[in-house]
Design a protein around this ligand. Structure first.
Ligand code: SF4
Length: 381
């Protein structure tokens, strides 16, 4: 493939080899003024993955577009946030799919497939691939039409349309990017890219607020609802949880921002522990395939027999996450009032600080409500 094509598919082995044999060192690309264009495009790639979808930029030279991909990966690695990594991997994969859909040259699509060990041939109305490659590629697809039983098998091969073929490739691209991040990036690179990193983090915070993903701050197991405490104790005690209980616990822990690795470790003591299967399930619930799941509501927990140890606070809420949110607030305000009592001797100073705080808080509130201009799509070039 030529540089223009490689810039469309920068995740390919051939693209990485092309970048590796270029004259410029990675230090130059990260720090030199001459590479401002790919760095700026890298920042757009990552911010667009947060705000929506990566959009094509025809105004940049092919080399700048190609180089922006490894720089974007460095940015994501410096930030090292599980949610951002998932979003970025999915956005890059979807972006590649839009390119592949428009690809007239079937040989290019076959070449991309070969890079993912998918041996395909061109068939009448699309492509033909071996059923083992099909199963591997479709493993993360939930729609029924992807099930092998719903496909016609001929001498071990499955016929699929071009859209289905590129969708399978999209999944391979997503997994490749997700599994390869974070990279081991020297601290100096992250410092050199600090300006972009701050912008990306700011956009991510705004996006989380917009989507109601503000997070729960520091994890406080003492504020977990009784049902989750029970399931957690069971999992840690080696009890083999039923599917619905495992889903409730996993989705709850993911939503309060435990990493997939931390949760997998937690299930490691289960008698039927299968790391590969557990990782697949946890990453699936975490949104690895593009959909992330909220934990079940209290009524669903009751239906499946997973509501255990109800307490007084349970009467006021309808969802385990709301229980946790509320209990944390109660714990925080109790801690505050103890602190205030202890500081009563300096009440005047407290009063004076309190009188200043509303204006500071108001300013912060107003700054936080509107996303900065660099988080807006129109600004990103
Ligand atoms: S009422 Fe809701 S939060 Fe409370 S134990 Fe049952 S499921 Fe959990």
């Amino acid at each position: 493939m030529d540089v223009a094509k490689l810039s469309f598919y920068p995740f390919l082995t051939q693209a990485a080899a092309h970048v590796a044999q270029m004259d410029s060192s990675i230090d130059d690309i990260i720090t030199s003024k001459a590479y401002g264009m790919p760095r700026s495009r890298a920042r757009s790639r990552v911010i667009q993955s947060i705000t929506g979808a990566i959009e094509k930029d025809d105004n940049k030279p092919d080399v700048a577009e190609l180089l922006s991909y490894p720089i974007a990966r460095i940015l994501v690695s410096c930030i090292d946030d599980a949610l951002l990594t998932r979003r970025y991997a999915l956005a890059e994969a979807k972006f590649a799919n839009t390119r592949m859909q428009k690809e007239d040259d079937s040989d290019t699509l076959l070449e991309i497939g070969a890079d993912f060990n998918i041996n395909a041939t061109i068939a009448d109305k699309g492509f033909q691939i071996h059923f083992t490659d099909y199963i591997r590629g479709a493993a993360g697809m939930r729609a029924l039409n992807w099930k092998l039983v719903n496909r016609r098998l001929k001498s071990g091969f499955v016929n699929i349309t071009k859209e289905e073929y590129t969708r399978l490739l999209q999944e391979g691209i997503r997994v490749r990017i997700f599994n390869s991040l974070p990279l081991a990036v020297p601290e100096g690179f992250c410092l050199a890219l600090e300006e972009y990193i701050v912008e990306i983090k700011t956009c991510q915070e705004h996006r989380k607020k917009e989507l109601g993903e503000e997070g729960f701050g520091e994890m406080e197991p003492g504020s977990f609802p009784p049902c989750i405490k029970h399931l957690l104790a069971s999992a840690q005690g080696g009890v083999n949880l039923a599917h619905s209980a495992r889903f409730a616990l996993t989705s709850f822990l993911l939503n309060i921002e435990l990493s997939a690795d931390q949760i997998i470790q937690l299930f490691g003591v289960s008698p039927d522990f299968n790391e590969e299967m557990t990782r697949y399930q946890v990453e699936h619930i975490a949104g690895g395939t593009g959909t992330s799941y909220k934990p079940p509501s209290c009524s669903t927990m009751i239906t499946y027999g997973n509501c255990m140890g109800k307490d007084v606070l349970c009467r006021e809420i309808g969802h385990p996450l709301n229980y946790y949110r509320k209990k944390k607030k109660i714990a925080a305000s109790e801690a505050d009032s103890i602190a205030v009592q202890r500081q009563s001797s300096t009440a005047d100073e407290q009063q004076s600080a309190a009188s200043e705080s509303p204006s500071t808080a108001d300013k912060q509130q107003s700054a936080a409500s509107e996303p900065p201009i660099y988080c807006k799509k129109a600004y990103l070039k």
